[in-house]
Design a protein around this ligand. Structure first.
Ligand code: TXA
Ligand code: MG
Length: 330
């Protein structure tokens, strides 16, 4: 076996052409997206997609998201209804994934044998150039080992998967920082939110002209392919135990071998084990730094991480708190 020491490639025209040809040859390339870095393979090749599951240590019961550059590509993969077009007009390219009835061309390994496929059109300019050059739909889950915190930089990918893949495309820090919103749109008039992201259920409902039901994230499917990530309570988890708090007022900084992480920079005197996600508590900033902060503190040797939840119940707060709850689940 050749050694697979991953190398980070800057997005020059030459590197992009080389990586596109590696993808067409069935190899894996870690790619930047606006949400988190993904581990991409040709979505039309079962053998290429099987490599994703091996590299991540991901169970094959967990289906993949397929990324495309243009709407016309989706028609080949899935059934496109007027509701899909409305959402595409409003939110694509961007951090929204739609679960749609699939066509036969999509290999079973992508959908975990199910009859639906999850599709999104990403907005990251570097990833879009690569998609255009390959001319293929690319299946890509987040580029982390199964169950660990998602990567928001090329270095995060190398830290985790450096010995299992060869190619990482540099695209700078992911500028949204939490994974895409997933909506089940198999029945266009009965949309269901499967995973909260930066695009809220309310915004989607406004565009569709009907309410979006929020699937409870604790239920677990008993059979068939896994319906969305919420089914695994423990996901996105650091190795250090995480304890969540509803507000900063509930967090007394009492031990110096534990970390205290606040949404915003606390006023007054602070000890070295006090941290914060965003200086002003801006939720877009919290989302952007969330996973990098969890990774950094996971390596700092603390016994436990006390973390303040984001204020609010919908939009970005829902997405952030969903990830925090999973990080805290044991
Ligand atoms: O922002 C994102 O969506 C990132 C970037 C790389 O695009 N991708 C991502 O992929 O978060 P992943 O695999 O970490 O999470 C996607 C989740 C899976 O856990 C799976 O449960 C759900 O999407 N999923 C995929 N196909 C599905 C389907 N046909 N029906 C229901 N859920 C599906
Ligand atoms: Mg993931």
């Amino acid at each position: 076996m050749p050694s697979l020491a991953a190398k980070i490639f800057h997005p020059t025209a030459r590197n992009l052409r080389m990586l596109a040809s590696r993808l067409r040859a069935g190899e894996l390339v870690a790619v930047p997206t606006e949400t988190v870095y993904g581990l991409a393979a040709n979505a039309l090749s079962s053998a290429a997609c099987a490599r994703i599951f091996r590299a991540k240590g991901r169970p094959v019961s967990d289906p993949l998201i397929v990324h495309v550059e243009r709407l016309a590509q989706i028609e080949e993969l899935a059934v496109v209804t007027p509701a899909v077009r409305k959402l595409a007009d409003a939110f694509w390219p961007g951090p929204l994934t739609l679960v749609l009835p699939k066509r036969a061309i999509v290999p079973d390994i992508v959908t975990a044998g199910g009859s639906s496929v999850a599709i999104r059109m990403p907005s990251h300019p570097v990833f879009r150039r690569l998609l255009r050059l390959t001319g293929l739909p690319l299946a890509a889950p987040s580029a982390n080992p199964f169950g660990y915190v998602s990567p928001t930089s090329a270095e995060h990918v190398r830290d985790n998967l450096g010995s299992r893949i060869r190619f990482i495309l540099e695209g700078g820090p992911a500028y949204i920082g939490v994974e895409s919103t997933i909506v089940d749109l198999r029945e266009p008039r009965r949309p269901v939110l499967l995973r909260p992201g930066s695009i809220s259920a309310a915004e989607i409902g406004r565009v569709l002209g009907c309410p979006v039901r929020v699937r409870s994230s604790t239920k677990r499917a008993t059979k068939g392919p896994q319906i969305a990530p919420g089914l695994l309570a423990r996901h996105y988890s650091p190795a250090t135990p995480v304890i969540l708090h509803d507000s900063a007022a509930d967090m007394s900084v009492s031990r110096n071998d534990e970390a205290y992480v606040f949404v915003r920079k606390p006023a007054g005197k602070r000890s070295l084990n006090c941290h914060w996600f965003d200086r002003r508590g801006n939720l877009a900033g919290v989302a952007r730094t969330l996973f990098a902060t969890l990774r950094r503190l996971d390596r700092a040797g603390y016994r436990r991480l006390h973390i303040e939840k984001a204020p609010g119940v919908d939009g970005l707060a829902a997405a952030i708190n969903d990830r925090l709850r999973r990080a805290a689940a044991r």
